[in-house]
Design a protein around this ligand. Sequence first.
Ligand code: ADP
Ligand code: MG
Ligand code: MG
Length: 889
Amino acid sequence: PKYVYDFTEGNKDLKDLLGGKGANLAEMTNLGLPVPPGFTITTEACRHYLRHGTVPEGLREEVDAHLAALEQKMGRRLGQPDNPLLVSVRSGAKFSMPGMMETVLNIGLNDESVKGLAAVAGGDAAAERFAWDSYRRLVQMFGKTVLGIDGELFEEALEERKRAKGSDSDLALDAEDFKALVGTFKQIVREHAGREFPTDPREQMDLAIKAVFDSWNADRAVLYRRQERIPADLGTAVNVCTMVFGNLGMDSGTGVAFTRDPATGHQGVYGDYLQNAQGEDVVAGIRNTVPLSELEKIDKRSYDELLAIMAKLENHYRDLCDIEFTIERGKLWMLQTRVGKRTAAAAFRIATQLVDQGLITQDEAVARVTGAQLAQLMFPRFDEKADRQQIAKGMNASPGAAVGKAVFSSEKAVELAGKGEPVILVRRETNPDDLAGMVAAEGILTSRGGKTSHAAVVARGMGKTCVCGAEELDVDVRARRFTAPGGVVVSEGDLISIDGSTGAVYLGRVPVVNSPVVDYFEGKLSAAEGDELVQAVDRIMTWADAKRRLQVRANADTPEDAARARRFGAQGIGLCRTEHMFLGERRQLVENLVLAETDQERQEALDALEPLQRQDFIGLFEAMDGLPVTIRLIDPPLHEFLPDLTELSVRVAVAGDDATPKDRRLLEAVRRLHEQNPMLGLRGVRLGLVIPGLFAMQVRAIAEAAAECRKAGGDPRPEIMIPLVGAVQELEAVREEALGILEQVKQSTGVDVPAMIGTMIELPRAALTAGQIAEAAEFFSFGTNDLTQTTWGFSRDDVESAFFGRYLELGIFGVSPFETLDRDGVGRLIRIAAEEGRRTRPGIKLGICGEHGGDPDSVHFCHEVGLDYVSCSPFRIPVARLEAGRAAV
Ligand code: ADP
Ligand code: MG
Ligand code: MG
């Protein structure tokens, strides 16, 4: 294979082979921009070197040939004593890894060629200074990166020299100083590397190339790749680039620039410039840089040329670019460019700006932003200008900014929140018993557990701010307080603020500002009234909506949630959980149902529940008028509505002979209903088949509510969903009964409201027999939370905190299958069910209602499989709409 490419041979699409830097240097070269000539050694050569410890055969000859051609072009040889060609040897992988790997400048200098360099630079004092400055930089960089000597040693020697001059600026040093420093640096090399600084230019170059290869596996590079999920085996390319000099005097300099503001997207002149400096000086902060706009006064011709080049690059890459440049005695050189990183806000603005400039299409604009970025823009945030006292830092588990009184139990959270007081639930770690408190709280703070802990996973699902694993905090739940480093004690009722985007925990109240993007989605702020960002979001959402094939529905149980979801763009309800309607005061009625000993008692209990249910459904139908509302019949095991077994046992035992007959009967019932594994027990369709009249009551409530809405002029569209079906026979039995009731209600009300009857697919058996189940189901909704649990055999509440952290570390999965749908396993079942369901019943409606409905990658999967809709929590709806659009462009 060919291991070396001249800059004139590559192009920007060869990043795999030439790395990002090399590919873009080639692209700029071919655009006719002023790039110092050079060549790139491929990542393939690097991979060979890393595998075998030696460079591949033929590489040396290829480098010889390219170096000879370069010397020919430049009219001087590498390190030629009287007029040396100098080069930089630069790392550059496919993905940018800022500052992670190595670069060595000024290769080719030695005791001879430094004199030649001074002579060709003009031979005066300034030229002498420049040449020796360049030489000491080479020894310094070479010593540090190639020979592995502690960089501090060189820095200290440099500082000492400056101190001796009574200055802290390198500008105070003259040629003699740098000459002395070269001597000192060489001495450091001798002492710490056990060898002389190599004076042979070609040896310098070859050693530097190997050092760049090796830097791929430097500790910090390995760590960075792991964090950024960059594959470990790509390797880096090496760019050998003719040196140009920004340190030749005040008419020279070096700088960095963006073609527009990476924080806002605004077009303008953004960057920094430093006169009489080389390479990293700009970002290293050795002297104060000047804003790029000042360059206009310093060197108007170079400035104008730079602006013209930046415009050209933007037009060419059709995106924001960042660049590195150097000016050598009034001559501009381009040293690097790439499509630049940007904030979430800038991503939206830039995408619309580029559409307006005619550079990209609306489809491309949709593709250039992500649901994750949109989610970021929707969270409230702490006012950046406000004072704050940080007391700890944990993991940024679920973004947002929350302020409230610290509380240490779920009950307290519910109690205070009920009085309208915002609270932060603080726990060592949370478990399912804390759910009510988590719902009530503004935010959740734990001292244990990682990003897949119960707290983190549930909080993300609810869109609630969460900081987890703040290990510096000593949480004492009994004493209702925690202690932070430095002896700070926070007791129940004290105000704290937590930042779920950074993991910071603050004492007291930090002011929070609302996201205007949410105000816009809520309809409180029109696009026209909004700022540039809101307008950009509005436009991109419009484009995404026009493009997407997937409908987006909401998981919502209350009219308020439904109304909010609708404002966010929901096209119906994909999952209304009816069990929430049995809590609170209605618990009593459920207890009566469970305790009923005769058919009559049971019917009385159901009759009492029915009107309440009917009212619930009327509220939902009104909020979603004209749109489908999928109502899932009761799913959880009944004992979830009864008192806790231990609590009740204690109560009965303490009361002794005075225990009420009702409590005794309750205790008996709780014992009877107790299950080893409720998740796989008496729940879902099984309840409907075992407890006579329960599903019938719910179906009647749905049908009557729909009839009432219709009579009032509304357009209710109920869909009745049966949970946890594993066999078509289960569904058939329930369906038969439901059809009978629908007919009865039609007769009794004189109103015919068609209601579809369908099922959730959340057991592997249901997926595998979907062809049969479709005989009795008018729609499928994939309940991917349970389907993930039952496919993997994971009990979500137990495994996430127990061992998911370890699994993630081991790479068994890259992300929790509860967060992003497992395409290979769970996804395969979905494919099978979708395909076989459609074969039986063409046109069967297919949706998904697990948490995955709002997860970007899972939305793309649903699009690919051809589902009709995704359903997710109201807050995730904009994200799902955007991702559904992105999946379609
Ligand atoms: P990084 O990837 O860390 O930015 P670079 O390879 O881009 O490393 O180089 C480090 C610094 O040296 C940059 O400021 C770059 O512009 C400068 N530099 C690299 N090669 C040359 C060269 N041939 N002439 C002048 N400056 C150079
Ligand atoms: Mg660079
Ligand atoms: Mg389920």
